[in-house]
Design a protein around this ligand. Structure first.
Ligand SMILES: NC(=O)c1ccc[n+]([C@@H]2O[C@H](COP(=O)([O-])OP(=O)(O)OC[C@H]3O[C@@H](n4cnc5c(N)ncnc54)[C@H](OP(=O)(O)O)[C@@H]3O)[C@@H](O)[C@H]2O)c1
Length: 290
């Protein structure tokens, strides 16, 4: 049994939603936690390492002795100065090179639920290619294919909250497509277990919650009876807005993921983790809105 207190773990994207919550848990559990970020943010505990692109020479000396590398850098929307190839694929390659250079044996990565070799859209293609880099790296890996991760300040409920504040919640198309949200506290506990538990080794695992719901019922549960106008717009209009960035709340690939009806199999996760997964209703109580 590994002595957890002596574990040293590097986390990239540590200022992001999952990275913040994971770093908080690891620090609270007494692990030596190296948070790799582009910019120092005000409230941070644990050791911070500044890196623009995982290329800096100082990184290898700081990462010496690490047992695991949790790679959470990722984007779900491209811009003219930040592409899926550069961020989702190339920074994953650099993460792998770093692991090899400093002999970190374990890498953990969050991909997307629904990613597969036959996919045709950009975000999933980049996640698939990043997965392949990891699988072929020879490192011990755990790849989680995540559905929507819900908690305070998660990207999905933050967008819905912003719409609520503006007085209109938008439903794209019928709203009858499905999601399988998972609570952030459960996610970081699972990642924590995957650091040392060999049951997670060399696996791709669906990171999904215990319930499948439609977007419409998710919105209704999110609102908890609060009154706000709900506007249904056609997919044609939704994609027109997203493509032309007329409504920056939701991008083209956000829509692709939302309406894609991506549902996972929770059995593997339930079997190998020791987590009692919360329902999305309980998770929503901690969301941005509550
Ligand atoms: N949240 C979900 O529901 C969900 C679902 C499926 C998959 N995932 C995946 O899980 C991972 C973590 O998600 P998250 O929700 O924590 O995302 P997030 O809040 O957007 O965080 C992403 C992190 O990536 C960093 N980053 C982006 N572009 C970068 C670049 N060019 N160079 C260096 N760092 C860069 C950001 O740094 P800054 O803080 O400096 O901007 C941020 O800390 C991502 O790979 C995401 O695709 C998340």
């Amino acid at each position: 049994m590994t002595n957890l207190k002596r574990l040293k773990v590097a986390v990239t994207g540590a200022n992001g939603f999952v990275g913040r919550n994971l770093s908080h848990l690891l620090v609270a559990k007494g692990l030596d936690t190296l948070q790799i970020v582009r910019k120092r943010k005000k409230i941070k505990s644990g050791m911070i390492i500044i890196s623009k692109n995982l290329d800096e020479k100082h990184l290898s000396s700081k990462l010496k002795g690490c047992n695991a590398f949790v790679h959470l850098i990722g984007i779900g929307r491209q811009t003219t100065h930040s592409s899926y190839d550069e961020v989702n694929v190339n920074l994953t390659k650099k993460a792998i090179m770093l692991c090899k250079e400093v002999r970190i044996k374990k890498i953990i990565f969050i991909s997307g639920l629904g990613v597969n070799k036959d996919t045709t859209f950009g975000y999933f293609i980049s996640k698939f290619r990043a997965e392949q880099e990891i699988i072929n790296s020879g490192l011990d890996y755990t790849i989680f294919r995540a559905s929507y991760i819900i908690g305070r300040n998660d990207p999905l409920t933050r967008t819905i909250s912003e719409q609520y504040k503006k007085g209109v919640i938008t439903i794209y198309g019928s709203g009858k497509y499905h999601l399988q949200p998972i609570f952030i506290d459960d996610v970081v506990e699972v990642i924590f277990q995957s650091l040392t538990d060999k049951k997670f080794s060399y696996k791709i695992i669906d990171l999904v919650g215990p319930q499948i719901i439609t977007y419409l019922s998710f919105i209704q549960n999110f609102l908890q009876g609060r009154k706000v106008s709900i506007k249904k717009i056609s997919f044609e209009e939704a994609y027109h807005q997203a493509l032309n960035n007329l409504d920056s709340q939701i991008g083209v690939d956000d829509l692709n993921i939302l309406v894609g009806d991506f549902i996972g199999d929770p059995k593997v996760l339930k079997k190998i983790s020791h987590v009692k997964f919360k329902t999305y209703k309980k998770a929503l109580k901690t969301s941005t809105f509550s």
